[in-house]
Ligand binder design. Structure first.
Ligand SMILES: Cc1ncc(COP(=O)(O)O)c(C=O)c1O
Length: 382
């Protein structure tokens, strides 16, 4: 059976062009970049080249980038350091109600350390309400952290407006760009963002490597990210092949961005149109909000998302109920709850996330398979 991969928000297939560069790095340029010999110098050169390429793609400078062990690690590092550095100013931290588990988990840890954790509400489209954000920011905070693209439903948060409000209030702004980096234009020279987390496996790079952007001049004194701190850009033995893979994938994503975006969003619109017109009672989540190129999230009242995912897997289609981290839990999504989704739709959720290698033919045959799966599960429903 031909299998079709429609779970690109969980992870993407490493681009063979990226894997090739990484293989040469792992087998040929394998030195420790901290070593004082030719092997080490070669690896150090590759690492710095990767840092410069990544920075260039983002409108940042190499000194502003630290490689991390993925998106969650970057987020955790950013938020713990911002909290520590800002504690003297405020013991409040501000997130949104629809953050990824990496942010929520860090928020819980900060809560245990005595921080007041404020979660900004969202409207039914999943968008943060700006008036509430402004009011909360005016009360002061050690940081504001918001995701750019919501990973379950695919809607975009108003990050320019939120960043501007944070600036006005003098609150550092961290952006979780894990789902947007490499998919949407990100120009840090012009975005009011102080820190930004990204992850290579979401843009056809390797897993387990990410990066944290830290705006020059941001006050992180006394934290692991301070110059010369434990996690400052030049500390430890870095994953050179991972960094090179990340940089190569981001460079490809940047140069192919408009072509990929046009192709993928056309497929997404076809998918949405076909699902809504062929599957009775299907509803798109966040229908009016701007959305990511490749992510569409639907609900089907009275059905179980897990059962739908299993049926579709048997038919050869890889989709998801929500975020990869939630797939095995029976809890309704915190994101759908925050959006005020009615109880009848909370469990029958399906995320379809398209990528650069998908085709219109795959979308069309998928919709047929989805219709069959929905109909057969409805026959079984009590
Ligand atoms: C919005 C968002 N933030 C953070 C992460 C975590 O990234 P990583 O898988 O690299 O730890 C993910 C991964 O699904 C995500 O979608």
């Amino acid at each position: 059976m031909e299998r079709v991969y429609f779970d690109n928000a969980a992870t993407t297939r490493c681009d063979p062009r990226v894997a090739e560069v990484m293989l040469s790095c792992l087998t040929e340029s394998f030195g420790n970049p901290n070593s004082e010999h030719a092997f080490g110098h070669k690896a150090a050169h590759l690492l710095e080249e990767a840092r410069a390429t990544t920075a260039d793609c983002l409108g940042a400078t190499p000194e502003e980038l630290t490689f991390t062990a993925g998106g969650s690690a970057a987020i955790h590092l950013a938020l713990t350091c911002l909290a520590q550095a800002g504690r003297a100013r405020s013991n409040r931290v501000i997130l949104t109600a629809v953050e990824h588990e990496a942010t929520l988990q860090t928020g819980r840890l900060l809560g245990q350390e005595g921080f007041e954790v404020v979660q900004l509400p969202v409207d039914e489209e999943g968008s943060v309400e700006l008036e509430t954000a402004e009011r909360e920011l005016a009360r002061g905070a050690a940081f504001l952290s918001v995701l750019h693209v919501q990973n379950e439903v695919g809607t975009l948060e108003p990050i320019e407006a939120l960043g501007a409000l944070a600036r006005e209030a003098g609150v550092p702004f961290h952006l979780d760009a894990v789902q947007s980096c490499g998919q949407l234009p990100l120009d840090l020279a012009n975005l009011p963002v102080d820190m930004l987390a990204l992850s290579a496996h979401k843009f056809y790079g390797p897993k387990g490597i990410g990066a944290l952007y830290i705006r020059r001049g941001l006050d992180l004194a006394g934290t692991a990210l301070a110059p010369g701190g434990d996690l400052a850009p030049h500390a430890g033995t870095p994953d050179v092949a991972g960094a090179v893979g990340l940089a190569t994938a981001l460079k490809l994503a940047t140069s192919e961005l408009s072509e990929r975006a046009a192709r993928i969003s056309k497929l997404r619109d076809l998918l949405i149109e076909e699902v809504l017109s062929s599957v009775p009672d299907a509803r798109l989540s966040g229908p009016r909000a701007p959305r990511a190129n490749g992510i569409a999230h639907f609900t089907f009242p009275g059905l179980e998302g897990e059962a739908l995912v299993t049926r579709l897997d048997l038919k050869g289609y890889a989709v998801s109920t929500a975020s990869a981290c939630k797939a095995s839990s029976a809890q309704p999504s915190h994101v759908l709850k925050a959006m005020g989704m009615p109880a009848s739709r909370l469990y029958g959720a399906l995320r379809v996330s398209l990528g650069k290698d998908n085709t219109a033919e795959e979308v069309k045959t998928f919709v047929q398979a989805l219709l069959e799966a929905v109909n057969s599960l409805r026959l079984l429903a009590p």
